[in-house]
Design a protein around this ligand. Structure first.
Ligand SMILES: [Mg+2]
Length: 331
């Protein structure tokens, strides 16, 4: 229902909640607003995105309704430079966004379905290093998500891909759950180190061995670079601090496969038919998800679920969006 003086808007791509400059661009013209308020008329804005995703322009039409006739006229037809590209693909982080531990985030399944319904390309992007690829697929399906294998991008898979490509022999400090995924690699006489969320295996002896291999000149691969994650009983240290410790001791820069590594985002974007700026990353990690994505040229959106902490809004780059939950994406 439209009440006198109320502002309504319908936007072609993401519902009434839109992103960045898009939101400003569909604001009702202040002159239109004042005239309508004075007359007690109803008014609203309708925006159509007439050009393909990536176009910089949208047609914005402002309507005014009188008491007797609706609508009576279109006051303004404006071609606006949106200043930001439209969105063709959405990259969903998993843990903390679609589910938290074993609990599904309310409305997450419906949001992913809505994205597909709107013709958006969907990707699932995770740094999870404590579950194998097949197990993650199984969890997605178990929660009710429609997901295909080619839509899932995991940090461990990206790390393995790099090791295979380079022909390296890794010293693996990784969780038992993903060891089978690395079992076919030659791990004798290691000439690279890979560190993931290996939990109790991240001890002095193992980290010191990693340091010595790196000190001899071997590259260090980090499976993601997260400070912490939300566990069942609170925040837990992730692999990032341990990767940093080995890197600092051996005075090298780690190669980050997974978020926030630019190469990882490039790989996911390349799997879509869109440019980085047409892809939106949605995550609960201000630095690894939102900061990493935006640094790689994507758009970013932080959710207030999962590991989100008050104050994270101040950490994300300018232009990033913040929503309470992934369920609010289209509402
Ligand atoms: Mg997360």
């Amino acid at each position: 229902m439209v009440v006198p003086g109320a502002v309504t808007s319908s936007v072609g791509i993401l519902g009434e909640r839109t992103f960045g400059e898009l939101r400003g661009a569909v604001k009702v013209n202040p002159v239109t607003r004042r005239l309508a308020m004075e007359k007690g008329w109803q008014f609203g804005t309708t925006a159509w995105f007439l050009l393909p995703a990536g176009a910089l322009f949208a047609l914005v039409v402002e309507w005014v309704w009188s008491d007797s006739t609706a609508p009576v006229c279109a006051l303004t037809i404006v071609i606006k430079n949106m200043g930001k590209q439209t969105i063709g693909a959405i990259l969903f982080d998993l843990s903390g966004v679609l589910y938290v531990d074993n609990d599904l985030v309310e409305g997450a399944v419906e949001t992913v379905a809505e994205a597909r319904k709107r013709g958006l390309t969907v990707r699932f992007v995770t740094n999870t290093a404590t579950r194998g690829f097949e197990e993650i697929m199984g969890r997605l399906h178990g929660f009710g998500f429609d997901a295909a294998e080619e839509e899932l991008f995991t940090a461990p898979a990206a790390a393995k891909q790099l090791i295979v490509k380079k022909g390296w022999r890794p010293y693996c400090l990784i969780h038992d759950a993903i060891k089978p995924d690395f079992a076919d690699l030659d791990q004798n006489d290691p000439n690279c180190v890979v560190i993931g969320d290996a939990r109790d295996e991240l001890n002095y002896e193992s980290l010191n061995k990693a340091f010595r291999v790196c000190q001899d000149g071997a590259p260090l691969i980090g499976i993601g670079m997260n400070r912490y994650f939300e566990g069942p009983d609170g925040l837990q240290m992730d692999a990032g601090p341990f990767i940093r410790a080995v890197a600092w001791a051996s005075n090298i820069e780690p190669i980050v496969m997974g978020k926030p590594g630019g190469a990882f985002f490039d790989e996911v974007v390349a799997s879509t038919s869109f440019a980085p700026g047409e892809c939106l990353m949605i995550g609960d990690d201000a630095e690894a998800d939102v900061g990493g994505a935006m640094h790689a040229g994507l758009q970013g959106c932080l959710v207030r679920t999962g590991k989100f902490q008050p104050g994270d809004e101040q950490v994300i780059p300018e232009g990033a969006e913040v929503i309470d939950s992934v369920a609010d994406l289209f509402s």
